[in-house]
Design a protein around this ligand. Structure first.
Ligand SMILES: C[S@@+](CC[C@H](N)C(=O)[O-])C[C@H]1O[C@@H](n2cnc3c(N)ncnc32)[C@H](O)[C@@H]1O
Length: 291
């Protein structure tokens, strides 16, 4: 098998060619069936057709998941409950229903603006799975606010609502609280590609660091702009992406080629291009040490 690439095709058909129990982590961010404009995929199907399809691709992914593997599914409000049931019925064990809180969502005029998506976290075997708590700890309020001597100095595990970008919401969503905040990837962000619905790298960073080891194999059956693959590469994991669109796949290959080496400080926090240039200018002015 060849890894560290993106295959153009239908994930159900492509995965049929892989042996069972191949991947350590599956991260799936399928089309949400809300009429998004992809170049090939029709994102407006009947409810029955969409859910029948979901059942089939979930089974295809579960078949190739290792007995110790983890499965994350990102999904919108419209079909989150249905996907929870499909994953339960696929024989996986549920760990968390994570809320990713974001801003820069679609501005509504006759209802409240939506500012979240769902990430369902499952494992295949609840007694045997990878979870590196120390790789993703955050400061607890006992440490940052109350100077409480009883606090674990290593911090605490993040809670199941994810807030990763504190600058606009510090007063509401402290990074050490149970909310993960990550902005959607806006047009001005350095990591932005031309794909219509790109996940922030910070979300994938936390998932991959927590649930895989270096060299583990990560699968993204709906590769999109290649966020999962890019983060896997940066973190020294092996990866495979599947993408229906040859055009998106070509952009993914470019994105992957632009990642050289294995940057140690990976991704967070998301930066705008202006912030990135300012940071580079400051770094350039700093006096260099020996060597
Ligand atoms: C929501 S996007 C994924 C975005 C991705 N998580 C990212 O961060 O860029 C879903 C992608 O699935 C692709 N897709 C739709 N049906 C597919 C299928 N049967 N097999 C593989 N890819 C498919 C679409 O072309 C689209 O790029």
């Amino acid at each position: 098998m060849r890894w560290d690439e993106v295959i153009v095709g239908d994930c159900i058909e492509v995965l049929a060619g892989f042996p069972e129990h191949t991947f350590d982590l599956v991260f799936a961010d399928p089309p949400f069936n809300i009429g998004y404009r992809y170049d090939l995929y029709n994102d407006r199907r009947s409810r029955k057709e969409y859910l029948d399809w979901a059942k089939t691709w979930i089974a295809a992914c579960v078949r190739v998941l290792k007995p110790t593997g983890s499965f994350f599914l990102a999904i919108g409000d419209e079909f989150a409950a249905e996907h929870k049931i499909l994953l339960d019925e696929a024989g996986l064990h549920w760990r968390n229903w994570i809320i990713w809180h974001y801003t820069f969502g679609v501005a509504c005029t006759k209802k409240f603006n939506r500012s979240h998506a769902h990430i369902l976290y499952y494992v295949r075997d609840p007694k045997r799975y990878t979870f590196h708590a120390d790789a993703i700890r955050v400061k607890s309020a006992r440490i940052s606010t109350y100077a409480d001597a009883r606090a674990n100095p290593a911090g605490k595990l993040p809670d199941d609502t994810w807030v990763l970008r504190p600058q606009e919401s510090e007063e509401h969503f402290q990074p050490e609280s149970d909310t993960w905040y990550a902005s959607r990837v806006c047009g001005t962000f350095r990591e932005r590609t031309s794909h219509p619905c790109q996940m922030p790298e910070a979300i994938l960073e936390r998932i991959i660091k927590a649930t895989t080891n270096p060299e583990d194999l990560v699968l993204d059956p709906f590769a999109g702009s290649g966020t999962t693959l890019a983060v896997a590469k940066k973190l020294g994991r092996r990866y495979l992406g599947i993408e229906l669109s040859a055009h998106y796949a070509a952009l993914i290959r470019q994105r992957l080629q632009s990642i050289v080496g294995r940057p140690e400080s990976v991704i967070t926090p998301p930066q705008t291009r202006r912030q990135a240039s300012a940071a580079l200018a400051t770094a350039a002015k700093r006096p260099r040490g020996p060597g």
